[in-house]
Design a protein around this ligand. Structure first.
Ligand code: NAP
Ligand code: HSE
Length: 415
């Protein structure tokens, strides 16, 4: 792209992220926009409701609810897509690239599901498709991963990839807040997805893990292929027990590539207090990647929220302005096998709420069938058990039997 004076941008969405983008470019001006002689101008903003009251000052004539006003405006060279959901945003991104416009997005649902087609569409139309903000909010992981992949093979990715659930677990652990109140606070702070079940049930994390692992392992691994288990069932009793045992609960994403097989999981994991990741709190994220030459690299920063995410989006805009996008190449053509969760093992923590003696005996019988109990405690009709080391698939089978007996429980592997 030739950098023209007064680069015109169409912004799709003016919610948490869109507002942040608008502010950096127009109001706070960000360093680049304050000093450059050239100007980047947002000339149209697509929203659902043009009459809605907004938290920022924006000329009303910029707002539209007709995407064609952006698509058919030949002066608009860049489309920033920060609406959320799958459709119509996916179709809008394709249409914009087919019209020769560069696309930047924070939408991990779309990137995770369609990254191969989006990248091919960008290539065939000689435009850029950039998605730094789709993983890790403000953490510059996509560009760093790309850079690392130029020299290294990456065989393992691990991290805390969701700000909302990390905020929930931190507040429950250190401030005694309950789950529902903490989730509502995360929504008010703009961390949560429009439908927060994506955060607490693992879809948001598995989409991010799908994006990173696809790039790292060289094959498009759809988020449907990733095992995920949410954090809804964790209670104050569990959190107190973790403190007594010297562990911290974190919602971790983990993927490994061994030969041609990948193993991936998104689940609550218990870490010792000495583990680097156990000290990552609030809405912060951490992403560890392991390269065959560089070894382990960790990336840390705010994983959600207006300013952090908008910073990543605008960072992508600067790549386009500086014509650096052509350097980014992502290969997705390898043929890999899905090994599910069979590549993970560890001791397990289990809490089961047993109403009577029969349920108590049933839980113990189920555990005895699979594992030796290393530790056991019973208090207030709650049975707490630490098992010996078990394969993740085997423990899930055990937990499935407890669940089918309608016994409330929560479990987590110890890392
Ligand atoms: P949001 O606050 O819900 O804002 C969505 C915006 O898009 C609103 O302005 C809405 O219009 C507009 N919109 C939604 N559907 C539309 C449609 N069909 N047609 C026209 N306009 C539409 O969402 P957000 O938190 O900014 O998130 C946006 C995207 O960034 C999502 O993909 C999310 O996953 C991703 N993301 C968010 C964060 C974060 O911390 N929030 C971080 C990283 C990535 P109205 O204002 O008129 O309702
Ligand atoms: N809802 C997401 C989170 C936003 O909480 O991490 C950032 O992707």
């Amino acid at each position: 792209m030739k950098w023209v004076k007064d680069l015109k941008i169409g912004l799709l969405g003016l919610g948490t992220v869109g507002t942040g983008v608008y502010e950096i470019i127009n109001h706070q001006k960000g360093n680049y926009f304050a000093s450059s002689k050239e100007r980047a101008i947002i000339t149209k903003v697509l929203v659902n409701d043009i009459n809605k009251s907004r938290s920022i000052n924006i000329p009303p004539d910029l707002l539209t609810n007709d995407f064609n006003e952006i698509l058919n405006d030949e002066d608009i060279q860049v489309v920033i897509a920060v609406m959320g959901g799958m459709e119509p945003e996916y179709s809008y991104m394709l249409a914009a690239m087919e019209k020769g416009k560069h696309v930047i997005t924070a939408n991990k649902a779309v990137v995770s599901e369609h990254m191969d087609i989006l990248l091919k569409t960008a290539q065939s139309n000689n435009v850029s498709f950039l998605f730094e903000a789709s993983v890790g909010g403000g953490v510059p992981i996509i560009n760093s991963l790309n850079q690392t992949l130029r020299i290294n093979e990456i065989n393992e990715i691990k991290g805390i990839l969701n700000g909302t659930t990390n905020f929930i677990l931190s507040k429950m652990t250190y401030e005694g807040w309950d789950f529902d109140f903490t989730l509502k606070t995360a929504q008010k702070l703009g961390f949560a997805e429009a439908d927060p079940t994506a955060d607490v049930d693992g879809f948001d994390v598995s989409r991010k893990l799908s994006i990173l692992s696809s790039m790292a392992f060289g094959a498009h691994i759809n988020d449907d292929m990733i095992y995920k288990r949410g954090i809804r069932d964790v209670t104050r009793f569990d959190i107190d027990m973790f403190k007594n045992l010297g562990y911290v609960l974190k919602y971790l994403a983990h993927s490994k590539l061994e030969n041609d097989t990948y193993y991936m999981t998104v689940e609550p994991i218990l870490l010792t207090t000495k583990d680097l990741m156990s000290n990552v709190n609030e809405e912060f994220n951490i992403i560890s990647i392991n390269g065959n030459i560089i070894g382990e690299l960790n990336f840390y920063g705010k994983g959600a929220g207006k300013d952090a995410t908008a910073n990543s989006v605008v960072g992508d805009l600067l790549y386009i302005i500086n014509s650096e996008f052509k350097k980014i190449e992502i290969q997705l053509d390898k043929n890999l096998k899905n090994g599910g969760i069979s590549g993970f093992k560890g001791n397990y923590y289990l809490r089961a709420d047993v109403k009577d003696h029969d349920e108590f005996s049933l839980v113990l019988d189920i555990i005895d069938e699979y594992s030796i109990k290393k530790k056991m405690e019973f208090s207030g009709k709650k049975l707490y058990i630490i098992t010996e080391e078990m394969n993740a698939e085997t423990f899930n089978e055990l937990a499935g039997k407890i669940k089918s007996a309608n016994i409330n429980n929560f479990y987590a592997r110890i890392h």
